[in-house]
Design a binder for this molecule. Structure first.
Ligand code: NDP
Length: 348
């Protein structure tokens, strides 16, 4: 079977591509430039699994019909291309590629993708809730697939470019996922495929995409680096903040399983190991001996934060994931060890 992965050079998508190739699938990955395609070919050649990898340059996912060629001869799709950064000035910077890219791939599939049976879209826990919307006094707050983040979309509607970049990102994920469900419902009599969306919170863990320097880290791993290695975000308040997370290799596996399992049809599925307090990552890093990253004095933060009852700001009900996918998740210590070892091999 041949799987189309969009945004294939990204942090999560590189792991999805790797797992697919390792399991014997053929992969067509779309990227925005030839040099990104070359990076992928070099990486997968380097680990000896490039034989069934094909790349295709798709520059502008906002344009109508850009995926028309990419979907030809494809059996399943993992749509991951979508901007994730926190420096947007205008909501449209994030919302247009998120929404139009998502609807675009569905449209192209109806037109040219008659052999496609399953489309998995990487949504986000940001489409369910956002830490910007849950106050610490509400905790722990438990969310599930029946919840939608209506706060961020409202913020963006009301404030436009004065809304926070975090709300702009959350709104882009919410609107894109809503558009996907609406489009597939509207066209359900014409389609050969069914839809699954995956809703991961923060994704951490080792990188296999092109990160030649710390400055080129993707948004979620950069945040982790800043807390756990650089100690830039080391105030007691910052380290007391909490959220939910998943290892990048586990969310990648979730994509593969969601493509394979018939029970995933028509479902949105939260994919998370569970909650964290930032201080817990520092504790995990400092618990490792010998230190996987000997060139760094890792920040110790405020260990007393963990003396209290461990409460997470935002938690998710995992029962749907357990029932349909049943992933055995990496623990914080495992992810921390592997991530620090990865950073160390880069000389960081
Ligand atoms: P990356 O930034 O590493 O990957 C994003 C991918 O999307 C890259 O291939 C990027 O291409 C592509 N892309 C971004 N903007 C555009 C655009 N305007 N047009 C075409 N392609 C674009 O991020 P992640 O791997 O973390 O994210 C992948 C997906 O997972 C996204 O949909 C994100 O919203 C979602 N997600 C991520 C989480 C996380 O914590 N990391 C949590 C929840 C969801 P290029 O390299 O050329 O910029």
């Amino acid at each position: 079977d041949k799987v189309l992965v969009t945004g294939a050079n990204g942090y999560i998508a590189m792991w999805v591509t790797r797992l697919l190739l390792e399991r014997g699938y053929a992969v067509r990955g779309t990227v925005r430039s030839e040099d990104k395609a070359q990076f992928m070919k070099d990486y997968f050649n380097g680990i000896g699994i490039a034989e069934k990898l094909e790349t295709m340059v798709v520059e502008d996912i906002i344009k109508d019909g850009v995926f028309d060629e990419a979907v030809k001869g494809i059996d399943a799709i993992a749509h991951m291309a979508s901007p994730f950064h926190t420096h947007a000035k205008e909501p449209s910077e994030l919302i247009d590629p998120a929404v139009q890219g998502t609807v675009g791939i569905l449209k192209s599939t109806i037109k040219n993708g008659q052999s496609v049976k399953r489309i998995v879209i990487t949504s986000s826990a940001a489409a369910i809730t956002s830490s910007a919307t849950v106050s610490m006094s509400d905790k722990p707050a438990i969310f599930s697939e029946t919840d939608w983040n209506t706060v961020s979309t409202k913020e963006v509607e009301e404030k436009g470019s004065d809304a926070s970049p975090a709300h702009m990102y959350c709104a882009s994920k919410t609107l894109a996922e809503k558009a996907a469900w609406e489009y597939s419902e509207k066209h359900k009599n014409e389609v050969t495929w069914d839809l699954t969306t995956l809703n991961p919170p923060y994704v951490f863990g080792p990188a296999i995409h092109d990160v030649s320097s710390v400055a080129r880290l993707n948004t979620s791993l950069e945040l982790w680096y800043n807390y756990v290695v650089a100690g830039i975000l080391s105030s007691k308040d910052a380290l007391s903040d909490s959220e939910s997370w998943v290892d990048v290799r586990d969310i990648a596996l979730a994509h593969v399983l969601a493509l394979e399992k018939s029970e995933a049809a028509g479902e949105r599925i939260v994919i998370t190991e569970g909650g964290f307090i930032w201080q817990e990552w520092l504790a995990a890093a400092n618990s490792l001996t010998p230190s996987p990253i000997p060139s760094h004095d890792l920040p110790v933060g405020y260990p007393e934060i963990l003396d209290g009852e461990p409460v997470s700001d935002i938690r998710y009900n995992k029962s749907k994931e357990e029932r349909i996918l049943g992933i055995k998740f990496h623990t914080k210590v495992e992810t921390t060890k592997d991530t620090l070892e990865d950073f160390a091999t880069r000389g960081w």
